[in-house]
Design a protein around this ligand. Structure first.
Ligand SMILES: *[C@@H]1O[C@H](CO)[C@@H](O)[C@H](O)[C@H]1NC(C)=O
Length: 328
């Protein structure tokens, strides 16, 4: 039993990865069409100091968006700001400390952001960990669950009033959450998704990514019912060659490096699809869906389970001491 519960999540995850790999090998990637400039818009990108997040920030600033890099690494965050400003002297970009794995840090970040009295048109939930060793955050949650899902849930909830305020009919604010094809490999019972103890990092990663999709669908539904000018989408960037893979076991890491050259997307290519989701007029008002290279595709069957969406939402609100409903 122990062997099965440890091996199966690994096999499932690598199987999904292999399918995506083969797809990418035979398909040309996504090219960002020319987009209108976005002067006056403000975006927050978590994990914006490196990898996919960094490239997303860079491309958004090139379109005139004022971007706030939210990162837990101040050195990297400030270096990213400097690098972007060196390339584009007009870029409006700054760094704010955010450790999304810490609920206290999320609350502080939101407080500081609101003190600036900026509008907020785009929130990109991009920070993620993958296959980190079993561990707990300061709040006592499993690390993948806390970082990839729970912290972003809280961040999004606390920023919703700013997003609602800055959105208009015909120009909705957008929440874009970077999920992953790994979510197809997740088991889907509510108690597993909320599980605080996890024997397999592979399973924990896959579950956190499914939780993100479920959250996105529920959020979009609730926003639409409340008539709010905000959309929520989940996005699968494909396999992108970033530091996310640094925790793979050694043989897998070596294989990943070799294969990455052949058919992983560069961070810039991966980011193009994120930028498209964040600002493209083609996706105005579009939400509650799962995007891959600018197109809606089907996410896992479990992700469309409305009871599961509602159950996860309710339980998460309980964990965070938040009200269940957005609108009183
Ligand atoms: C921050 O990033 C730098 C450069 O990548 C790295 O050397 C350093 O260890 C990181 N610090 C923390 C606290 O993660």
């Amino acid at each position: 039993m122990w062997i099965l519960s440890n091996i199966i999540p690994v096999l499932k995850l690598y199987f999904v990865g292999l399918k995506v790999l083969l797809y990418q090998l035979f398909h040309k990637g996504f090219t960002l069409p020319v987009l209108p400039t976005q002067n006056g818009k403000v975006a927050i990108v978590t994990g914006g100091a490196r990898g996919l997040g960094y490239e997303t920030v860079r491309q958004l600033t090139d379109l005139g968006v004022h971007v706030i890099i939210a990162s837990r690494n101040e050195t990297e965050g400030l270096a990213a700001v400097k690098k972007i400003c060196e390339k584009n002297s007009e870029a409006q970009v700054d760094f704010e400390f955010l450790d999304v794995a810490s609920l206290r840090s999320v609350r502080c970040f939101v407080r500081r952001f609101k003190e600036r009295r900026l509008p907020l048109h785009v929130l990109i939930n991009s920070a993620a960990v993958m296959l980190v060793p079993e561990g707990r955050t300061e709040d006592g949650f499993e690390t993948h669950f806390a970082t990839n899902y729970l912290g972003h849930f809280l961040l999004t909830r606390l920023l919703l009033d700013s997003l609602v305020h800055s959105g208009k009919d015909g120009s909705c604010s957008r929440v874009v959450s970077i999920s992953s094809s790994a979510h197809y490999a997740a088991d889907a019972r509510l108690q597993d998704l909320l599980s605080m103890r996890c024997s397999s990092a592979h399973a924990a990663y896959a579950r956190s990514k499914l939780a993100q999709v479920l959250f996105t669908y529920r959020l979009h539904h609730v926003l639409r019912c409340g008539g709010s000018p905000v959309t929520a989408t989940a996005l699968d960037p494909g396999l992108v060659d970033t530091g996310l893979y640094e925790r793979l076991c050694r043989p897998a890491r070596l294989a990943q490096r070799a294969v990455a050259r052949l058919c992983f997307k560069t961070p810039a290519e991966g980011a193009a699809a994120v930028v498209f989701a964040a600002v493209s007029p083609d996706l105005e008002g579009v939400g509650g869906c799962y995007l891959y290279e600018g197109q809606r595709i089907r996410s896992s069957a479990a992700s469309y389970d409305e009871d599961l969406q509602a159950g996860l939402w309710r339980n998460t609100c309980d964990l965070l001491d938040l009200q269940d409903s957005l609108f009183d």
